[in-house]
Write a protein that binds this ligand. Structure first.
Ligand code: UDP
Length: 460
């Protein structure tokens, strides 16, 4: 558990929440920090380290060090992630990882650690940093508006909108802080599963926000000026906020994902007409859409004869009609895991049917692909609200009948105004001007960090 830091660089220890959508931006952030002269060390539980460390090492030529800490998990079902649900991961994080991380920090030269960057959802590590005397910056891998929503929990309770245990007390849409969106109360991020599961998830969030109140800095994986109102008027947002994203445009070009990508869909894409293919993916972890929906979508695609690439992991294929994959072999590709960014960049892809995960949303905007939205859980409903009603670069799907799919695809593919809005948003999210602003924000953070801890520790 000791890592060798042969260079004279100051170490920054990065602790992601252990899921693909969190580890990817944390690795990008590590890459960005290394360009500012730091030695990034990313701490991963064993089950993720196994599938990722060699790839990271090869892609960054050792520039990012990945350190494994034991996770106490069973190695079975690695591929499907069964037995690794939210609550199992929470238990591993709370009960198993803190002691391991503290040991890792103490076994190394404390003076050489400039700070820790901790995913707010891995808030256990904020506590470890505090106990070990290492400054901690928070990292929010999603939209700033979602952070604002979560930090509004006390306000939502006080307004009588939710109970002390997070359950809705009214029906219909709610607003929060000064945010531009309206969210249906049933779409609050913790309202997933049974009543007991909802309460347990709410507890997780309440504890997460309690711990993150002690943070001085929050690095957010969003573009500058995403939610200006939130930044200036929300007293609950006590840390200083730095927009340093979207990180998807930074770092090694190799995609560093847990699973092996099936690149065969890229060759197939070459044969397709421009703007004709529907790319479909519901993310990496929390969001199986259920057998009935898989079946309905499969039949709609077949009836419409639309070319498609559909990411369906081995554990999610049960709803496919018998013999479906063979029947549609010419019309579409079903893959277990795609090189998503390369697919989205391809001119053959006309739109993206998505669960509205934040990384996927940013990647689609960068690649200028309009979105068909089918949010399932967590922050996806709020992301969808922004896509559909604030930015107006996609439409929401209420189901997957042939008519639903046909109408949705037509609306996003034929709407010229939507394409213009997408272009304009792309310019706000990526591009030279934004890059400069993001670099500036990173420098501000580093200078802030330097001035608030012992200046002699730094030698940048
Ligand atoms: N992804 C990928 N291949 C796939 C599906 C997803 O590389 O077949 C990547 C995608 O590019 C994104 C991440 O997995 O960077 C998913 O993150 P997101 O925040 O969109 O959703 P989550 O999986 O966390 O729900």
């Amino acid at each position: 558990m000791v890592y060798d830091n042969e260079s004279k660089k100051k170490t920054i220890i990065l602790v992601p929440y252990p899921a693909q959508g969190h580890v990817t931006p944390m690795l990008k952030l590590a890459s960005s920090l290394s360009t500012f002269g730091f030695q990034p060390v990313v701490v991963l539980p064993e089950f993720i380290h196994r599938s990722l460390a060699d790839k990271v090492n090869a892609a960054t030529k050792g520039g990012i060090v990945c350190v494994s800490i034991p996770d106490g998990l069973d190695d079975d079902d690695e591929e499907t992630n069964k037995g690794r649900d939210f609550f199992v991961i929470e238990r591993v994080m709370e009960d198993y990882m803190p002691g391991q991380l503290a040991r890792l920090i103490r076994n190394n030269n404390n003076n050489n650690i400039a700070c820790m960057v901790v995913d707010v959802l891995a808030s256990w590590a904020i506590e470890v940093g505090r106990k070990c005397g290492v400054p901690v910056a928070g990292f929010w891998p999603a939209m700033l508006a979602t952070y604002s929503l979560i930090s509004s929990i006390p306000e939502l309770i006080q307004r009588g909108l939710i109970s002390d245990s997070g359950l809705p007390q009214i029906q219909g849409p709610i607003s929060f802080q000064q945010d531009q969106s309206l969210l249906n109360i049933d779409d609050l991020p913790w309202l997933i599963g049974t009543q007991a599961a909802k309460k347990a998830r709410f507890k997780f969030w309440a504890r997460t926000m309690d711990r993150s109140r002690s943070l001085h800095w929050l690095l957010v994986n969003t573009f500058p000026n995403e939610s200006q109102n939130v930044r200036t008027s929300n007293p609950e947002l006590s840390p200083t906020i730095y927009s340093i994203g979207p990180l998807s445009s930074i770092g090694p070009s190799e995609s560093l994902t847990f699973w092996k990508e099936d690149g065969s869909c890229l060759g197939w894409l070459e044969q397709q007409k421009p703007n004709s293919v529907i790319y479909i993916s519901f993310g990496s972890w929390v969001s199986p859409i259920g057998e009935a929906k898989v079946r309905s979508l499969a039949l709609a695609l077949e009836e419409l004869r639309s070319p498609f690439i559909w990411v369906l992991g081995p554990g999610w294929r049960d709803g496919l009609p018998k013999g479906y994959i063979e029947r549609v072999a010419k019309q579409g590709k079903i893959v277990a895991w795609a090189p998503q960014v390369e697919v989205l960049q391809h001119k053959g892809v006309g739109c993206y049917l998505t669960h509205c995960g934040w990384n996927s949303t940013m990647e689609a905007i960068q690649c200028k692909k309009p979105l068909l939205c089918f949010p399932v859980a967590g922050d996806q409903a709020l992301n969808c609200e922004y896509i559909v009603n604030v930015w107006k670069i996609g439409v929401k799907m209420n189901g997957f009948s042939t008519k639903d799919v046909n109408d949705g695809v037509r609306r996003v593919m034929e709407d010229r105004e939507m394409k213009k809005r997408l272009e304009a948003l792309n310019a706000r999210v990526v591009g030279e001007k934004v890059n400069l602003e993001v670099k500036d924000n990173m420098l501000c953070f580093i200078n802030d960090l330097k001035s608030s801890v012992n200046a002699l520790q730094f030698n940048l």
